[in-house]
Structure formats: structure tokens, C-alpha cells
Write a new protein. Sequence first.
Length: 339
Amino acid sequence: MPHSVRRPSAGGSHRRSALGAALCLAAALIAPAPQALAADDFPSRPLRLIVPLSPGGNVDIVARLLAQGMSKELGQQVVVENRPGASSVVGTVAVAKAAPDGYTMLAIGNTFVSAAALIPNIGYDPLKDFVGLSNTVTIPMVLVVNPSVPASNVEELLAMLRQHPDKATNGTAGAGSTSHFAGELFASLAGIKILHVPYKGNAQALSDVMGGQITMMFDSLGSSAPGIKAGRLKALGVTTATRSPAFPDVPTIAESGLPRYEDVTFNGVVLPAGTPKPVVDRLYAALSKAMADPELQKSLRERGIDPNVSASPAQYTQYLKEQSAKYTQLVRSRRMTVE
């Protein structure tokens, strides 16, 4: 004879369901959300600020000053780590693949979006693989030559380049770099050709300009300033629409021989996509306070660099989208390719 099975009463089932629901609600109220935990505990260990370029350039200079200030604000050391190679691609890809926990940041310049517009299958998407934290500075670039070059202004340089087109060389920090695009714009407006000589970073290119191996270079005013002041570089013109307060005697390129020329570089910080918003906000607050320090601002302005923090991470992300569209259009119109 089969055994009978006793079914639970409807009332008992409802009581157990109500008890389970109450326990779940209590647990939800007691345990904070994962992102809240991340924000409350963050940071609990040192952070890395990756510079995808060689030491000594503008991005590196700004990153090191910023790291000092953020270390104080966060209560944890922010370590600057240089990972140069392939027009910033090596270091950039490394951060794209890093855990989106806020402990790995990337210091960027225009190359972050310009190289992606120029180089097919570069290995990262500046808009999908990253989220913007903030802009840090804007810097006028400057056209520099070796002091032995027989040109005292842009007009004389253009005459020399047209007379000896096969001997003109333009050193850059690499294909797709800020200096590369500045040179392309210069050559386009002037109607001339200049041999592009890419390096692994602007410091090496700048060294060869000072050594006389390269005719010219477009470099950030911040990293060229020491060489200009020491007489190892001759500054022919700044790339911005107005003269730089740091070098008021250096004319703009537009006023000294090439009308309509204007270009500017920016630096900023981005994070791997998926970084929790509370962590992004925490880092943005630390960056903003660090950049507001009077001593840091003084140090930057002495190098011809203007502090320029974004209104919010969202605003900087939108700015990067606009810059990406601009460079993509320039690459297409100029039919630029990787050399």
C-alpha cells in the first residue's frame, strides 16, 4: 500500500514566504550596493597613472605634477609608469585591458584620438574602451628649428623649404601624434611637402632637432621651453591664434607667414570603460583639487602650460567624442596613412 504524503497547509506556505521576503529585505537594507562599497573603500592601495610615452615630454611632465597632488588628496600614492611604443598604442592598450576599478589611469594627449583615427586596427577604441575623467591642461605648440637653420621667421623657413624640398625633415613623436598632425596641417596650408620622420616620443625627436639631424618640429611649448630659453632651439612661431604669455616675443605662425594656421594640444586623464561612477567621481574630485593648487599652477604656467580642468567627467567624455570626429575627418580629407 503506498505511503501517503502530507502536504503543507496553505497558511504555513504563506508564512514561510513572508519570512523569506522579510529576510531578503533586511539583507538588502543592511548590505550596501557593490558600487557604494567601492566608493567607500576606494582607494585602499596605490594607484597607477600610465604615461604611454617616453619620459620628458609634456604628457609626462603634467602627469608627474598631477600624481603628486592626487597622492595627497587620495591618501594613497599615485605612481607614474611610462609605457612608450607605437605612437602611444602600447600603454593605451594596456590600460584598456586593465580592471575597471579606478586603480589604473591613463594620461593622454591628442594622440589618444588622432592615432586611432589614423591607424587601422590600432587595438583600442578611444570611445568604447575608455571613459573620460577630465582634461588637465591646454598647451600651445611651437615650431622649433636648430639655431643653425638660416630662418628667423616662418616666412623665411617656407622660402627655404620651397627652395630645398628634398632636404626638409619634420620630426614627430610618431604616426598620429599631435606633432604629426600639426606638421600635416602646416604642409597642407603652405602647399609643400615635408618628409615625416617619426620617433618613439617627442623627447627623442626634440633631441635630434637640437643636434641638427632634423630640420624642424612642432612640439608642445611646455617641453620645448627649456631648450628655447637655453638657446638650443630657435622658436619661429606658436600654433595658437594668440601669442603665449610665456613667450610674448614669439609670434603666432598665422601672423608670421602662414595665415589661417591654428592648432592646440590638450592633456587629460581617462579610465577603463566600466569604472564605477562613484569611483570616477572620487578620482575627479581629487584631480580637481590637485590641479587647483597654486604651486602646481605656477609650475605649469612657467612652462607655458595652461591648467584647464573639465566641468565634469561627462563633459570630458563628450569633448573626446568631438575630437575623435575632428581627427577622423582630417585623416579622410588629407588621405593620411601610416608611413
